[in-house]
Every structure is written in structure tokens, then in C-alpha cells.
Design a protein around this ligand. Structure first.
Ligand code: NI
Length: 174
């Protein structure tokens, strides 16, 4: 398995709408494994293929507690088919926005359909942190970032911080 490079915002690739996967083959399985490896290396709870520059509808999540056993989930062509009227706020982050968090309001629970790594159709009802992560990652597949759920002012503030962060990092590398 390979740890891939995560794209950091702002970057136009993060706004791309990803393509549905036609066939869950070895390439897709390998990519899902690499995404998981990358997500664990970066200490994230979820990651989408577009965040490593691959516009295919594949996401991985693992919301297990850090002291517990791993609970990796690989989802191909995931889609939200229903959501609760109840909405909750949560301090959300993203591997494409290192060290930045913001309160985002989303439905408390969701119903999801997806293909598993064998191409079998599956359904999942999720609430709590899992519902949060799945909605965040599925948004990525439509080119939507968590900052897009914030006010324009908040969004500009976070993007400005990211531009500063990227500049500082380029200086460190140089
Ligand atoms: Ni994200």
C-alpha cells in the first residue's frame, strides 16, 4: 500500500465533480487501500479519491476511537438516499485544510447506498460521527468542501489562512 500526497486547499482540483465507478476491479480496490493508508498516515477520519487528485467516486472512513481496533469502511459510488430532519453542529476538519476547524451544521443521521469492495450493493444507516464523516466525504465527490457550508465571511477567513499556510510550507521546503 502507498501513502499518497493529499491536495491542500485552495486548489481547483478539489472542486471537480468525480465520475462514478463503472466496475469495482483491482485498480479500485488498490486505490481504496492506498486511500486508507494515506488517511491513517495523516490521522484523518475520512478521505476521498479526489483529495489525492483522482476524480472517481471512492471514499474511505474510519471513525473508530484511536485506542480501539480499526474499523475501515471503503465505499464506492456512495450516495445519500435519506437524511434526518434533526440537524446538529460539529467542529469539522478536513485533511485538505490541515489544523483548521469550523462548526458545520448537517443532518444528524443519514441513509447511504454504496458498492463494497467486491462490487456488491449495500445500504447503511449512520448517525453520530460516522454520519458526519460520510456526508463530508460524499460532498467531496461533488466538489463541495466543508467551508462551502459556512458564511462567505468565515469561508474567506479560512481560505486566507490556508494560503498563508501553503506559502509558509513552500518557504520551509525551499
Ligand atoms: Ni475533507
Amino acid at each position: 500500500m502507498t501513502v499518497m500526497t493529499v491536495i491542500h486547499a485552495p486548489d481547483p482540483r478539489l472542486q471537480v465533480v468525480s465520475e462514478a465507478v463503472g466496475c469495482v476491479d483491482d485498480d479500485v480496490r488498490r486505490l481504496a487501500d492506498d486511500l486508507l493508508e494515506t488517511m491513517y498516515a495523516e490521522k484523518g477520519l475520512g478521505l476521498s479519491a479526489i483529495q489525492v487528485g483522482i476524480p472517481r467516486r471512492i471514499i474511505v472512513v474510519d471513525v473508530a476511537r484511536s485506542d480501539g481496533a480499526l474499523q475501515p469502511l471503503k465505499l464506492v459510488n456512495p450516495a445519500v438516499t435519506g437524511s434526518s430532519q434533526e440537524r446538529v453542529e460539529f467542529d469539522e476538519g478536513c485533511l485538505s485544510f490541515p489544523e483548521l476547524f469550523a462548526l458545520v451544521e448537517r443532518p444528524a443521521s443519514v441513509d447511504i447506498t454504496y458498492l463494497d469492495e467486491n462490487g456488491a450493493g449495500r445500504e447503511l444507516h449512520a448517525d453520530g460521527l460516522l454520519a458526519r464523516c460520510l456526508q463530508h466525504e460524499i460532498d467531496h465527490l461533488d466538489g463541495i468542501l466543508f467551508v462551502d457550508h459556512l458564511s462567505a465571511l468565515r469561508r474567506r477567513l479560512i481560505l486566507r489562512k490556508m494560503i498563508k499556510w501553503k506559502k509558509a510550507r513552500l518557504r520551509d521546503i525551499a
